[in-house]
Write a protein that binds this ligand. Structure first.
Ligand code: GLN
Length: 453
């Protein structure tokens, strides 16, 4: 814990941590030492972790990367973080993120960009760590924690993991409780870990997951021994390669990475089979209707009365208006406007209902693939390696949204997906591959990812 606190102090230029909690960390570490000394060690005893600042932490400021939550200190602990502390882990601090987890580069945070510890060969250009869990990925990559919590609504664990050479898993929707995690799009949001190895991710997810009656969408299923699954291998498994992910303009580099991943799985005893997921191309547009719709509803609670920032007005409506105008950033306002539009009378059937229908079709594509004997699906994690800060999306937000073409289908179908480092690009930057699994079969993903790692 001390070594990590020292490293954090030296790496403040990365802006990965929004809040450091050294006193709490040292107290937790001492309690862990005492339990180890009395032979009562718990599974994560003394393991120092960073927490994405979307998880409410009792007595420690929680901002969701937004000015509107400035001054908010939760009186409760999120289910996921409480599970980690129950198992002996140590909290180092709260990690930067895109505002309300809306973004793919950490550039929408109201508290400044997180900088990736990676650089292109021979270049000093500062790169994004990906997003929205950019602080989590940068902190793990820069060794400012042994692992971090993250969340993934449309790629926000897997894309930053791919950009930073780390491992990240979005478990099946319902595997982790959402209780106490600031909501973005409730039917898509899911917590998971980012860590340096597949095994570390398996261990962390085992602690984070589990039934919780306070989240009615949280599955009442036992948590498997994920760590034991890591060494299982892929002999006898059938891995699908979906042809629709061979999108126009895919670079030769990404194609080669994908082929190499398939070869590794084949060499380890898996059968590789081409499959079709015909509705793939509709996932991104449908996501950008469903997610903003749910966000516009979830973000209605930030009214200047109940949480954080309050900007007075001449009456209550003025207070709402002034608080929300000052408290929300550009991207969040854009999503609230899109969301309220697609939910409004007259447009609801044309947009929202159709997007939900598309979601069902996407889910069915995967169900058919799995029914035909596919155990897991291999795709690239991202269309490219990390880009420079300020390089993308300032003119056209869709340029940024396209970051998530390979990851968003998984959220729409509620499936588990893991991103695992699989090589470097020509400029020496990490690239990741994604494995997608059957519902509640994270074990196969850990086994297959271990073969690629
Ligand atoms: N980049 C996507 C978005 O901005 C996904 C974010 C996420 O998974 N939280 O909505």
């Amino acid at each position: 814990t001390r070594a990590h606190l020292d490293a954090m102090e030296k790496a403040r230029a990365l802006n990965a941590y929004l809040v450091e909690t050294p006193d709490r960390a040292l107290a937790m570490a001492e309690a862990a030492d005492a339990r180890i000394a009395s032979a009562q060690a718990r599974p994560l005893e003394g393991i120092p972790l960073g927490i994405k600042d979307l998880f409410c932490t009792e007595g420690v400021a929680t901002t969701a990367g937004s000015k509107i939550l400035e001054g908010f200190t939760p009186a409760y602990e999120s289910a996921v973080t409480a599970n980690l502390w129950r198992d002996g882990a140590v909290m180092l601090g709260k990690l930067n993120l895109d505002e309300f987890a809306m973004g793919s580069s950490n550039e929408t945070s109201a508290y400044g960009d997180t900088v990736s510890p990676w650089r292109r060969a021979g270049s000093e250009t500062k790169l994004v760590p990906g997003g929205s869990s950019g602080g989590s990925a940068a902190a793990v990559a820069a060794r400012l924690c042994l692992g971090a919590t993250a969340t993934d609504t449309g790629g926000s664990i897997r894309q930053p993991a791919a950009f930073t050479g780390t491992v990240g898993i979005k478990p099946t929707y319902g595997r982790c409780s959402r209780w106490g995690t600031v909501a973005y799009a409730s039917s898509l949001d899911q917590a998971g870990p980012i860590a340096r190895t597949v095994r570390d991710c398996a261990i962390l997810l085992g602690s984070m997951a589990g039934q919780d009656s306070r989240d009615t969408t949280c599955a009442d299923l036992p948590v498997p021994d994920f760590e034991a699954a890591v060494a299982r291998g892929v002999k006898g498994l059938t891995i699908g390669i979906p042809q629709e992910y061979r999108v126009a303009g895919m670079s030769a580099e990404i194609q080669a990475l994908w082929d190499r991943g398939a070869d590794m799985l084949r060499d380890a005893g898996a059968t590789i089979r081409e499959i079709s997921l015909p509705h793939t191309q509709y996932a991104l547009p449908a996501y950008y209707i469903v997610a903003p719709a749910e966000a516009s509803s979830n973000l209605a609670r930030y009214d200047g009365v109940r949480y954080g920032l309050r900007v007075p007005g001449k009456d209550i409506a003025g207070l709402y208006e002034n608080t929300r105008a000052a408290g929300f950033g550009r991207e969040v306002k854009r999503r609230i406007m899109i969301g309220t539009y697609v939910l409004s009378a007259g447009y609801y059937d044309a947009y929202y209902v159709r997007a939900q229908r598309i979601r069902t079709l996407i889910k069915r594509d995967f169900e058919e693939a799995y029914a035909s004997g596919i155990d897991a699906i291999l795709t690239p994690a991202t269309p490219s390696a990390a880009f420079g800060i300020g390089e993308k999306g300032s003119g056209d937000p869709v340029e940024m949204y396209l970051q998530d073409v390979f990851t968003i289908t998984v959220n729409m179908a509620g499936l588990p997906g893991i991103s695992v480092p699989a090589g470097l690009d020509a400029q020496g930057l990490p690239l990741g591959l994604q494995l997608i699994g059957r519902p509640f079969d994270e074990e196969t993903l850990f086994a297959a990812a271990q073969v690629i790692e």
